[in-house]
Design a protein around this ligand. Structure first.
Ligand SMILES: [Zn+2]
Length: 300
């Protein structure tokens, strides 16, 4: 049976733009529920300035409190060497970093031009690798930008190449603005496989225009076996108006289960998390499978 790896980003991409901040205890509970549902790769948060992203201010305490079984891989987002130092002090072994291929989005997101941010991320990758960390590095706005429109493919490909040469063991393409369509995904994945053969590539797809699952299928058919997801579809982007979260974890699990592809994750466990999140946040999340299950349909 073929299989894919779904990396859950609820604790990081999901919570970072929420007005309601969960307590550390709540985040630990969320982490444990994800593990119990069968999720094996979990992004726990970001080592960013607590004044800018207060939702992530407690990441050290969260990492101290979670007890991850050996088969579960924790990772966190790092944007600069100060963040890297904090991650190293916490004993983190995996880090995510990214650079936006859109100059305008980069300036809004990290207050730096694309070129400057890219140089810094290349240096940060080398620094992390020299400390024995495994780095997953990606390109944001890889399929277009709400400010700039189309993004030149060569920007994306050369950035991935530089990050790979700097020591990133895994690469990803992020559809930050939710503008990608399936044919574009197919073409870009083929380009990456052609220019960077043998690299492990995953996709981080926001569902802003409702094309998330279609784009996942296109990526899968083109050979991608790793996808970022967010339980309930929680998330957005503070710098992209109207942005939706990543593809809901439970809907991606259902998609692959229906296609006969193993994820190792149980939808029923995820739906308990969706109900729990909805009660904490006081609103309904966009994922579909929780609603299906609540109406008594059989899953798993
Ligand atoms: Zn994202």
């Amino acid at each position: 049976m073929d299989s894919v790896t779904l990396e859950d980003t609820t604790l990081r991409d999901g919570l970072q733009s929420e007005k309601i901040e969960l307590t550390v205890e709540d985040k630990v509970s969320l982490f444990e529920m994800l593990v119990n549902a069968g999720v094996r790769r979990i992004q726990v948060g970001s080592f960013v300035h607590p004044g800018i992203v207060p939702q992530m201010a407690d990441i050290e305490e969260l990492i101290r409190q979670v007890k991850a079984p050996p088969e579960v891989r924790l990772s966190a987002l790092v944007l600069n060497s100060r963040g890297l130092d904090r991650a190293l002090k916490c004993g983190m072994k995996h880090m995510n970093l990214s650079v936006s291929a859109s100059d305008t989005h980069s300036r809004k997101n990290v207050n730096r031009s694309f070129e400057k941010a890219r140089s810094e991320m290349i240096a940060l990758t080398k620094q992390a690798v020299s400390h024995g960390m495994a780095v997953q590095a990606g390109v944001q706005c890889a399929f277009g930008c709400v400010y700039e429109g189309a993004i030149p493919e060569e920007h994306v490909l050369t950035t991935l190449q530089y990050l790979s040469e700097a020591g990133a063991g895994e690469l990803y393409l992020a559809d930050t603005s939710g503008m990608a369509h399936p044919r574009q995904i197919t073409r870009m994945v083929e380009q990456v496989h052609h220019h960077l053969p043998g690299e492990t590539l995953s996709l981080h797809l926001h569902d802003t225009r409702g094309l998330g699952l279609a784009n996942i299928i296109a990526g899968y058919e083109a050979g991608v076996r790793g996808f970022d997801v967010s339980t309930g579809g929680l998330g957005g982007c503070p710098f992209v108006k109207g942005a939706a979260g990543n593809v809901p974890t439970e809907d991606a699990v259902n998609l692959f289960a229906r296609m006969g592809v193993d994820t190792g994750i149980r939808i029923s466990g995820l739906c308990r998390i969706v109900e729990w999140l909805e009660s904490r946040l006081g609103r309904t999340l966009p994922g579909r499978m929780c609603r299906v299950l609540q109406h008594g349909a059989l899953c798993d």
